[in-house]
Design a protein around this ligand. Structure first.
Ligand code: ZN
Length: 354
């Protein structure tokens, strides 16, 4: 293959979205998981705010396309060439277990694969052990509830400083000891505990990867939990609330206006708050050419569920308990172990632990 052979392919790549800066900070390639040292040239994907190797194919699904071989490979550092050679050998050995990278829609019951067997994007892969062994960057699962816990501690310290500043060290100390923390401060501690309890509920599921407290680059928000299991990808918000959970219709005679109530409080906004998280995950997966349904989940901890006709979803968001979510992420499998780990690695790179 000569350089001019690539001319036909070049326009197919979404060049407009990609810059090739030299990195000001060390990064991790969102496609192959390689560490990209500070100063290295890399490709920057603006929409997902991720970086990737200059020589990496533009999509995880197209890793087997001719683009990962030949022309681009000549300019690779030897270590990188060796990694690709090993990965290719591993894949060749398992060519009899070819499968779709993107079982799009299967989890939703529509069963329409995004690619056909003739599609060059169909990708074969090695066994789970080979993929894990070839994975150069260890996956940082994050610490459940870390951000909420930090915010709680920040508020406690701020209040302590304020009270002691005003009443002096001794009287301030007494006042702090006999007064309660404000409700808004305690809510952060309760939030952290809820996230920890959800993490604990999933911890012993061996084929499930749970990422906790993820930063969404370019925003101030965080995603509590990203869970990848046999049943697919789940975006989970954990809420530790008291009281009974129910959906009530607040509409009139001719209009339906369903609201989600927990302990008498209207919590409908919690479901709406999943939308931007869904959007962020879809943007990242799209940037690496992966099409996979993501299911938003609100996991309520400590609430009383109705004995009969407990609601399963609200405004498209699954409503689960720490017990029921275990079944949700494992039953009706659509992903194998390799796909679970590769998806988790892409998510862990795109949404770093806080
Ligand atoms: Zn790469």
């Amino acid at each position: 293959m000569t350089d001019s052979d690539t001319d036909g392919r070049e326009p197919d790549r979404p060049q407009a979205k990609l810059n090739k800066p030299h990195l000001r900070y060390a990064g991790t390639c969102v496609i192959c998981g390689c560490v990209l040292p500070k100063g290295a040239q890399a490709i920057y994907h603006a929409a997902s705010k991720t970086v990737r190797c200059v020589e990496c194919p533009q999509s995880a699904a197209a890793a087997e396309s001719p683009w990962s071989e030949g022309v681009t490979e000549r300019y690779m550092p030897p270590v990188r060439r060796e990694q690709i050679r090993l990965a290719r050998e591993a894949r060749a050995r398992s060519s009899d277990e070819r499968q779709y990278w993107t079982p799009s829609g299967v989890a939703l019951g529509t069963a329409t694969p995004a690619v056909t067997a003739d599609d060059p994007k169909v990708r074969s892969r090695g066994s789970a052990a080979e993929v894990v062994a070839a994975d150069p960057t260890p996956l940082d699962a994050g610490t459940a509830g870390a951000s909420a816990q930090r915010e709680y501690e920040r508020r406690v310290a701020k209040r302590e400083a304020r009270v002691k500043d005003r009443f002096g060290q001794r009287l301030g100390g007494v006042l702090l000891a006999i007064t309660d923390e404000p409700q808004s401060t305690r809510a952060w501690a309760r939030g952290a505990r809820g996230e920890q309890e959800l993490a604990a509920a999933l911890a012993d599921l061996t084929d499930v990867v749970a990422l906790h407290d993820r930063r969404v680059p370019g925003t101030r928000g965080n995603i509590d939990h990203l869970v990848v299991g046999p049943a697919g990808l789940f975006i989970v918000d954990a809420k530790r609330y008291n009281g009974s959970l129910k959906i009530r219709d607040k509409g009139g005679l001719f209009r339906t206006d369903n609201r989600l109530y927990v302990g008498g409080r209207d919590c409908s906004h919690l479901a709406d708050n999943m939308a931007w998280q869904m959007q962020a995950v879809e943007t990242l997966l799209e940037s690496v050419g992966v099409v996979m349904p993501a299911t938003p989940v609100l996991c309520f901890i400590g609430v009383e569920w109705p004995l009969f006709f407990a609601p399963g979803s609200f405004r498209g968001v699954r409503l689960e308990s720490p017990k029921s979510i275990r079944g949700l992420v494992t039953e009706q499998p659509i992903l194998n172990l390799v796909e679970i780990h590769e998806t988790a690695r892409i998510l862990a790179t795109g949404f770093p632990a806080k």
